[in-house]
Write a protein that binds this ligand. Structure first.
Ligand SMILES: C[S@@+](CC[C@H](N)C(=O)[O-])C[C@H]1O[C@@H](n2cnc3c(N)ncnc32)[C@H](O)[C@@H]1O
Length: 222
């Protein structure tokens, strides 16, 4: 994933999308606090929705879904949030211009039911490894914000990226593989009734998609 070239606040001051939507201030963020949706006890989160697509399709596919996207690029956060609103699902979905590395620690413990990471980190050179989202501190924040039994779903078309995510996630004892076969995180298909823009492009090109699914252990460790 390519973060903005200059710090987000500086980019914001120069951008025509300076008014991109932001998360509410403060800590302990929940579905109710973000969406004002009393019916939602838990939220799904998409990290880096880019040009959108997945969130809009996911909201249409499952009327019980409440989902938030965190997108570092002001332009795409603004445009996709507006598309969600125009689709008529703005009461159940939003996209905010946020750096997930700063925003995730602000979510309440156990407030997320699912986290989606679709085609992250388009650079795979070793020297760029420190930019990857699959770092230990991010996984600790993900684990804290996910509810017990909550799901973490990662898709990529880059083998080394898949290996890096597998290594990082499986190095965190809170996650257990939840793919098609017992003990494996690999899923042949995307089971969520929605596809990301990059996923559609890769599939149209006939290229393989590597899909990994994990479950956060319950408080009893199971
Ligand atoms: C390769 S694109 C994939 C977009 C989309 N998920 C898809 O599959 O089509 C990665 C996206 O992650 C966003 N991104 C990168 N770093 C981020 C961060 N720290 N916080 C939030 N979004 C980030 C980028 O701006 C970009 O939109």
């Amino acid at each position: 994933m390519s973060a903005a070239a200059c710090p987000p606040e500086l980019a914001r001051s120069r951008s025509p999308y300076a008014d991109a939507p932001r998360l509410p201030p403060g800590e302990g963020l929940t579905a109710v606090g973000i969406l004002g949706a009393p019916a939602a006890d838990r939220l799904e989160l998409e990290i880096g929705p880019g040009r959108g697509g997945f969130i809009i399709e996911r909201l249409a596919a499952d009327p019980a879904t409440h989902i938030v996207g965190l997108e570092i690029r002001l332009k795409w956060a603004s445009l996709v949030d507006e598309r969600v609103r125009a689709s008529g699902h703005g009461n159940r979905g939003r996209v905010f211009a946020e750096d997930v590395r700063l925003a995730l620690p602000r979510f309440r413990e156990g407030s997320l039911s699912r986290v989606f990471i679709h085609f992250p980190d388009p650079w795979w050179k070793k020297r760029h490894a420190k930019r990857r989202l699959a770092q230990l501190d991010m996984l600790e924040h993900l684990s804290r914000a996910l509810a017990p039994q909550g799901e973490l779903f990662v898709q990529t078309d880059v083998w080394d990226t898949a290996q890096a995510y597998r290594g990082a996630i499986e190095g965190c004892a809170d996650f257990v593989a939840a793919g098609d076969e017992p003990g494996s995180p690999l899923c042949a298909e995307n089971p969520y009734g929605a596809r990301s823009p990059r996923e559609r492009r890769v599939m149209a090109d006939g290229m393989p998609v590597i899909r990994l699914r994990y479950r956060r252990r319950g408080n009893d460790g199971a």
